[in-house]
Design a protein around this ligand. Structure first.
Ligand code: GDP
Length: 330
């Protein structure tokens, strides 16, 4: 661990924008271990796409530190089919929060991007220097363009206004609190939900989108939250930082792991009418690791814990009850 903490959170008023999402809720759990005041605003009372609402909220609440975990997010299908929403909502959210943070003197802000900001065929593991060196993956370019604008806003506000705003690019995240809706979700929650249902209904096969060959790096969201808080405390600079586990797996092997965890023993049916997306996406997280952060939750343990969360919170069907009794998960 570094000896000095650049920005201690103790005693500070900290706003987690997007506190109900996968990352935001993990940040709230992680920040409970810091001696800080956690500020949140529900979607019903604050629409982050509205400049006036964000300005008023910031003026009244006056956070000292801000995590921009709010975003319109979704898996490969949602990204591909709602381009306007993914571009507009994310541009508005980040521009409103970053500008209001400047206006009301926020001391430190962490903006969260995504590993999809990098070119489709970037060198692997992807260094931060690969940004804007090539064409983006078309299935998520709307989201990526918005996130590139967000990290550029942080860099521009740092240069022009001297704001201590930093950006982190997390790899593919998963964990408790994820979206398990099959049309919107990323691959981990989708396969957990599908394998669970396939087991409950005794289905002969499980549909896996694409060829199963793409490689993805997965990071448990509690590790991500720990890295994000760590960066707020220990990093100040214009360069973007990557946040990943280094644990890479093919989609086919991921599906097999999830079948084992959920107890589903049928066949995998690869649906090649669905897109593969980028062939490989593992980020180079060596800079954050050199500062002293490292992940703690391995993929298999993290998937097991996520499935338990799913059973507790979502899979409340007859099938889930039967599986719960049989597996006696703890
Ligand atoms: P990506 O990393 O932006 O491509 O996001 P996703 O998590 O949505 O997809 C990762 C990979 O998993 C892609 O190759 C998908 O085709 C594949 N995949 C396989 N089955 C599914 C599924 O049921 N849902 C999703 N979202 N992806 C799936």
């Amino acid at each position: 661990m570094p000896e000095t903490t650049l920005y201690p959170l103790s005693g500070r008023r900290v706003w987690v924008a997007g506190h109900r999402g996968l990352v935001g809720s993990a940040l709230v759990r992680r920040l409970a271990r810091e001696d800080c005041e956690i500020l949140t605003a529900g979607r019903d009372s604050l629409d982050l796409r509205s400049p006036d609402q964000v300005d008023l909220w910031m003026k009244n609440v006056r956070p000292e530190a801000v995590f921009v975990a709010a975003a319109k997010v979704g898996g490969i299908h949602a990204n591909d089919t709602q381009p306007a929403t993914f571009l507009y909502d994310n541009l508005m959210i980040e521009a409103n929060v970053i500008e209001a943070a400047r206006r009301y003197g926020v001391e430190k802000l962490v903006f969260l991007g995504s590993s999809c900001i990098y070119p489709r065929l970037a060198p692997q593991p992807i260094p931060a220097s690969a940004l804007l060196t090539g064409a983006l993956e078309p299935t998520n370019e709307w989201y990526a363009i918005a996130k590139i604008a967000g990290l550029k806003l942080c860099q521009a506000y740092r240069r022009q206004h001297g704001c201590d705003f930093i950006s982190l690019m997390p790899t593919n995240l998963y964990g408790p609190g994820d979206n398990f809706d099959l049309q919107q979700s990323h691959v981990v929650p989708a396969l957990i939900a599908k394998a669970h249902q396939a087991r409950a209904t005794g289905a002969a096969s499980l549909s896996v989108w694409g060829s199963g060959t793409p490689l993805r790096e997965f990071l448990h969201v509690d590790d991500a939250a720990d890295g994000i808080v760590f960066a707020m405390q220990h990093y100040s600079g214009e360069a973007i930082l990557n946040l990943g586990s280094g644990e890479e797996v093919s989609i086919g092997d991921l599906a097999r792991m999830i079948c084992t965890i959920t107890g589903y023993s049928g066949q995998l049916a690869f649906d090649v009418t669905k897109p593969d997306g980028t062939p490989r996406k593992v980020v180079d997280s060596s800079e954050l690791r050199a500062m002293g952060w490292q992940p703690a939750i391995g993929l298999e343990a993290g998937l097991r814990q996520t499935y338990r969360w799913y059973l507790d919170h979502i899979g409340l069907t007859k099938g889930a009850d039967a599986i719960r009794r049989q597996r006696a998960y703890g």
